[in-house]
Design a binder for this molecule. Structure first.
Ligand SMILES: [Zn+2]
Length: 228
């Protein structure tokens, strides 16, 4: 098994509704929202972690392919090692297979144009974001619990980059189809939190597919357009 080429899939992720991808820094947001979004520590601009997008792509694909084993009442990722899902997304480390997952999902950073608009907007509550109060009702006491959720406003766009490692025995078109299907499934689902309340609807457009093979790595490292 030999790595034949690296296929680079570039695209655009647009938030059609407010997007909440939470960080872990609950205690850090002093004076901020109860539930802050994840931000790049250098630029302070919210981004979409590759792990969030990849996890969503995989779990939705597992649902439609039926590759979603239920163990002790809990859905678990497929570990079979031969299905399309395992081929593209890999198998969990504890599984028996040495098969490498083909797909790398990069962190998606906000496009400079979107960051610029939000930076200059007078309608943001915090840098680049809005804060929305969601009220949940305690079923027993009937007490309302308002919670402030931070979100990236609709309209913000992010640069997507996926890398597909294609081996000599792989069917490139089949791998690309699997990736494209999983991206379409994300469009009909949501990214981040509070999706059932309308958050996280995204539009994902693939804007370019190119590849690099070993001759390129030996030379000037410029990707070639994929003729597929
Ligand atoms: Zn599998």
């Amino acid at each position: 098994m030999k790595l034949d080429k690296k296929v680079i899939i570039s695209g655009n992720i647009k938030a059609l509704t407010g997007l909440h991808i939470g960080g872990s820094g609950q205690g850090m947001a002093i004076g901020g929202a109860d539930s802050p979004v994840l931000r790049d520590p250098i630029t302070n601009i919210p981004y979409i972690p590759g792990s969030s997008l990849k996890g969503k792509m995989r779990s939705l694909l597992e649902k439609i392919t039926g590759k979603l084993p239920i163990k002790n009442g809990k859905a678990e990722p497929c570990k079979c090692g031969n299905c399309d899902v395992c081929t593209v997304f890999g198998v969990p480390a504890e599984a028996d297979s040495k098969l490498p997952g083909r797909l790398i999902v990069r962190d998606a950073f906000m496009k400079p144009e979107s960051a610029d608009i939000l930076d200059k907007s007078n309608n943001t509550d915090m840098p680049y974001t809005e804060v929305k109060t969601e009220v949940t009702i305690d079923r027993i006491t009937s007490k309302a619990n308002p919670r402030q959720i931070e979100r990236v406003p609709s309209g913000a766009e992010f640069d997507m980059q996926l890398i597909l490692n294609v081996y000599d025995e792989d069917d490139l078109n089949s791998l690309l189809n699997t990736v494209e299907t999983s991206l379409k499934l994300v469009e009909d689902d949501y990214l981040g939190g509070n999706g059932t309340r309308g958050y996280g609807q995204v539009q994902i457009d693939i804007t370019g597919i190119s590849y690099k093979d070993e001759s390129i790595y030996a030379g000037d490292n410029v990707a070639q357009k994929l003729e597929a």
